[in-house]
Design a binder for this molecule. Sequence first.
Ligand code: AQP
Length: 323
Amino acid sequence: MRILSGIQPSGSMHLGNYLGALRQWVEGQSSDAFYCVVDLHALTLQIEPEKLREQTTDLLATLIAAGLDPEVCTIFIQSQVPYHAQLNWLLECVTTYGELSRMTAFKEKSQRQEGFRVGLLTYPVLQAADILLYQTEFVPVGDDQRQHLEMARTIAERFNNRFGETFRVPVGTQPKVAARVMDLQEPTRKMSKSISSPLGNLHMFDAPEDIRKKISKAVTDTDGEVRFDWEKKPGLSNLLEIYSSLSGETPEQVAGRYTRYGELKTDLSELVVTTFAPMKQRYEELLLDPGNLYKIAANGAEKASDVAGVVYRRAANAMGLSG
Ligand code: AQP
């Protein structure tokens, strides 16, 4: 079962990244699973080179600390496998401006970036290249990636119809709960690495006192009834989904055990602190030896290149390129 997924080095990992994506990655890891730090995607943000390097190192440590085992799966850095950028160009030439400009993420992000650059429009094509290069069957991602995944499927189908069967058409997988973890202060907006929200983003390796503070200050509502109801109680429902995802109960079961928001928040804080404490310790140890992290990534890039090179050449030949 070929799996591929990626994460941008655009900041520290938050609970959305972990519950929506990374935990599925750890569960699905095998010799057929490829996980990458998609640093080329992070260039769509205005990011300082030193910061990008630092965040790439941080993410490698986070992935391994959370349970990805480089002896079992392939962990690599996207830019170390040049086929991603190469296939991107081929796929840009089968994708229309109209379909990219209609993407929701593009519409939202282009509003936020003054003088936005072309990469912001075209990065879903690079994402399609990331996925299609590995003949991926399943792409474990959070709910926010549905539209991009659909784009990758459309591009694969179009390419196959026009140039002959080349790519496998991938399927996205989302967890049953916490597929879209919301910002604790603005529960109608998803938690996001690249949007600064000091009290709204709950990071995996926040200090315990920060975890407690953020959860105790999380926005809820005033009617006081502990009930799972996204429409009327988005803030509380977000907390219940995080709780349920960590404890293995349903959100309704969790809600049924509480009559006060305060008690729920206290217990959730402890659950978050105890879940991430061992990973945090491992993460801090791994960061002491960045050379080792880059050795792991270089080995991963070699394995990834073996697979991606074959697929890239097949696609290039199908289009009539001689290289
Ligand atoms: N809030 C979320 N809830 C559940 N899953 C999420 N993911 C991201 N946010 C949530 C999933 O995490 C994986 C990595 O995605 P990413 O690197 O794009 O993460 P991000 O936090 O969304 O980072 P950015 O830089 O802020 O990206 P944009 O601006 O694109 O949102 C993916 O599987 C994603 O679904």
